[in-house]
Design a protein around this ligand. Structure first.
Ligand SMILES: NC(=O)c1ccc[n+]([C@@H]2O[C@H](COP(=O)([O-])OP(=O)(O)OC[C@H]3O[C@@H](n4cnc5c(N)ncnc54)[C@H](OP(=O)(O)O)[C@@H]3O)[C@@H](O)[C@H]2O)c1
Length: 282
């Protein structure tokens, strides 16, 4: 990692770690909402979706908002996109705040949950979605790329699940983003797949730790999905599409729909599982 990149990340981590970080986020039009800050209407539920400024996270934030959740949107650097997702939710009649917080930093994750709690009174659904994918053959994989992925995906996933374990209300849901790459074992994806397999391992244990509280904890494993993370040429998309019975790769909304199904009351009995959401790709 370059010095500039390290300084930028340190700055982001520091700013997200203190309450002043709220100044970097916002309660999008919450002042115009009828519910008082810190309280949801009776029966109201709140969700935190990490990495929801774009891609699968943004689609999930929008979908959960449509399903009646007040949503805390989160980003690392794209504050404009996070603010836009929150504003769109509000414009559609939902409730949302957004906050910049690096999931790799435990203090920033605590600040994220604090902000959600201040705005909505507590959390019922946590979607640990923020993630990055660095790929290269082992012989060329750099320490910097490996360490950054471990910090974001593994340590970040741990930070979010730990805070979820402490704060999710009874009857809630915790969902971690894994990947079909854990089974596919494609060349260049070994370290990435390892960080995603860790999500399955951690969420399986957490499901057992939540015993007696009706909190279902699952990992969801998308296949190739049309986001910036899938940084491959169009020919590669075409080729991979032929390996999916639907004849196309996934859209972020396909994954958001599957997450929403796990969060619905009918999804309660799906617990401690790894759920593949990949259109049949393998
Ligand atoms: N797309 C696929 O084909 C695919 C397949 C299987 C699994 N997945 C998994 O699905 C999840 C979402 O992927 P995606 O395709 O939607 O990715 P994406 O489009 O690249 O979006 C990544 C999101 O994560 C945020 N983020 C990155 N690092 C972060 C950090 N340290 N702290 C907080 N937020 C951070 C980004 O925020 P900024 O906008 O601020 O950068 C962005 O909102 C990932 O965990 C990924 O491994 C994706």
């Amino acid at each position: 990692m370059s010095d500039t990149e390290t300084s930028r990340r340190n700055f982001l981590a520091l700013t997200a770690a203190v309450p002043a970080a709220l100044a970097l986020g916002g309660v999008a039009a919450a002042q115009t909402s009828e519910a008082a800050p810190g309280a949801l209407a009776a029966g109201g539920r709140a969700a935190i979706v990490t990495g929801s400024s774009r891609g699968i996270g943004a689609a999930t934030a929008r979908r959960l908002a449509r399903d009646g959740f007040a949503v805390t949107v989160n980003c690392l650097v794209n504050t404009d996109l996070a603010a836009q997702v929150a504003s769109e939710i509000e414009a559609d009649g939902g409730r949302a705040i957004w906050l910049q917080a690096d999931v790799a930093d435990p203090a920033a994750v605590r600040a994220l949950f604090d902000a959600n709690e201040q705005a909505f009174g507590g959390v019922d659904v946590v979607v640990s979605n923020a993630g990055i994918m660095n790929t290269a053959p082992f012989a060329q994989f750099t320490d910097e790329a490996f360490d950054r992925m471990i910090a974001t995906n593994l340590k970040g996933g741990f930070n979010v699940l730990r805070e979820a374990a402490r704060r999710v209300r009874d009857g809630g849901r915790v969902i971690s983003l894994s990947s079909t790459s854990t089974l596919a074992k494609r060349a260049t994806q070994g370290p990435y797949a390892a960080t995603k397999a860790a999500q399955e391992a951690m969420s399986g244990s957490l499901a057992k730790e939540m015993a007696g509280r009706r909190i279902s904890v699952n990992a969801i494993a998308p296949g190739p999905t049309n986001t910036a993370l899938l940084d491959v040429p169009p020919q590669a998309i075409e080729q991979v599409s032929t390996m999916i019975p639907y004849g196309r790769i996934g859209e972020p909304e396909d994954i958001a729909n599957a997450i929403a199904a796990l969060c619905a009351s009918d999804g309660e009995w799906i617990n401690g599982q790894l759920v593949f959401a990949n259109g049949g790709f393998m």
